[in-house]
Design a binder for this molecule. Structure first.
Ligand code: C2E
Ligand code: CA
Ligand code: CA
Ligand code: CA
Length: 278
């Protein structure tokens, strides 16, 4: 035990201590950011294969802190989750995304929007009512909204808590399993999630033409998903070679820096205009 103690001290990082007040104040600052406009939503385009057209976008929250600069979501999402602020944050992102999708839909009918849903919200029984009202308000078709839920997130939630997902699905809303392949869920569990789409994690995608076993895994995942009537989206596509490999294997959609980085709404619209067609 003494040894363990010693190791702990050696590992102590004074920079962490300096960061502690920031972590503590992050919560109250998040509240301010929601009101001040420092919190905003970026959109990353989704490319359909093999047609090579942009068919939708994923909404990704951004925090432009006046002193700290861009705070990555992996830093503040967990804080928001622990405090319950994730409900306000997700409501904010959903509202922006649905409004943006409805706007783009005037020019590009059928344009879809994907929003990340934290596990904490699956236990929220009102989430389906809230989303239903939002879709009505902007006259956005439920079939054009996809909620992305991570495999691990859904796993952490009891199966009973998947009820809201089932109700949303019966409303027509689409459900994606995010970061597919990184969780430890059983096939039995995955079967219980009413998923219409799976998103293969970028760690598999990026190794697709370098590593033979990763290629086989992605290929058989695509075949399995297709036989279950699910769509497959590859995330983190950074080069043309990977995109070609995915298209060859029958992947339905791709996302990544090669296709487009997450950008502000205006830039997304500008990009769609220059492509001419979505
Ligand atoms: P995610 O849902 O897996 O989102 C994909 C992440 O990969 C995004 O990071 C995106 O910017 C990044 N990415 C996209 N294309 C590429 C690529 O080609 N290469 C590489 N290296 N990265 C790429 P981001 O925006 O930092 O978000 C990180 C995570 O934070 C997301 O992972 C998601 O789990 C969470 N997140 C983001 N926005 C929200 C939100 O509004 N609500 C919730 N609950 N979680 C969110
Ligand atoms: Ca996602
Ligand atoms: Ca993902
Ligand atoms: Ca991820």
């Amino acid at each position: 035990e003494a040894l363990a103690e010693g190791r702990k001290w050696k590992k102590f990082d004074p920079a962490k201590l300096k960061e502690a007040p920031w972590r503590l104040s992050m919560l109250s600052q998040l509240d301010t950011a929601l009101e001040s406009g420092d919190l905003w939503v970026a959109y990353q385009p989704k490319l359909e294969l093999p047609s090579r057209t942009i068919v939708g976008a994923e909404a990704l929250v951004r925090w432009s802190h006046p002193e700290k600069g861009a705070v990555p979501p992996v830093e503040f999402i967990p804080v928001a989750e622990q405090s319950g602020r994730i409900i306000d944050l997700t409501t904010f992102v959903l509202e922006r995304a649905v409004r943006a999708g409805a706007f783009i839909g005037h020019r590009h009918p059928g344009f879809g929007m994907s929003v990340n849903l934290s596990a904490k919200l699956l236990g929220e029984t009102e989430i389906d009512t809230m989303i239903g009202r939002l879709l009505d308000r902007y006259a956005f078709a439920p079939e054009l909204l996809t909620l992305e839920v991570t495999e691990t997130a859904a796993l952490a939630t009891g199966v009973g808590a998947l009820e809201p997902l089932h109700r949303l699905r019966s409303m027509g809303v689409r459900i994606a399993i995010d970061d597919y392949g990184t969780g430890l869920s059983t096939l039995e569990y995955l079967r219980r999630i009413p998923a219409t789409e799976i998103k293969i994690d970028r760690s598999f995608v990026q190794a697709v033409y370098k590593n033979h076993s990763d290629k086989l895994m992605v290929h058989s995942t695509i075949q399995l998903a297709h036989s279950l009537g699910q769509k497959v989206v590859a995330e983190g596509v950074e080069d043309a070679q990977t995109l070609e490999a995915l298209a060859f294997m029958g992947c339905d959609e791709a996302q990544g820096y090669l296709i487009g980085r997450p950008v502000a709404f205006r830039e997304l619209v500008r990009g769609l205009r220059s492509v001419g067609k979505a």
